[in-house]
Design a protein. Structure first.
Length: 114
């Protein structure tokens, strides 16, 4: 995510969001420290926490990424979401072309070609 923040620095409207998988521990204050450790720009990258059931619904049912079920398992996938809240693509961090692919699709989306 830190690399994506740097790579998208000149792209208007790009916002990065990280959801906790440990809402019992990850308070807004804990996540703020985490963000500072990764030099997250708070105007562009937010770290979110909340009710475990709501996060589980969001991660599993809305984004189809992972469950927030107490296992503390992080997804290795990223979702590209447009301004209307529609998932436009999924990208795996294990893919050698991960960053290149998501940046290509983001540029296409911004250009209205996606």
């Amino acid at each position: 995510m830190a690399r994506l923040q740097s790579a998208t620095a000149g792209m208007p409207g790009v916002h990065l969001i990280s959801f906790t998988v440990d809402p019992a521990h990850d308070t807004p204050e804990v996540l703020a420290v985490y963000g500072r450790n990764f030099r997250a720009d708070p105007a562009r990258w937010n770290f979110l926490t909340g009710d475990a059931a709501a996060l589980n619904n969001l991660g599993r049912d809305s984004f189809h990424l992972n469950s927030v079920d107490g296992s503390l398992e992080h997804s290795i996938r990223f979702a590209l979401v447009d301004g209307q809240g529609r998932v436009r693509g999924y990208y795996s961090m294990t893919d050698d072309r991960f960053e290149q692919s998501i940046l290509r699709d983001l540029r296409r989306l911004q250009a209205g070609q996606a």
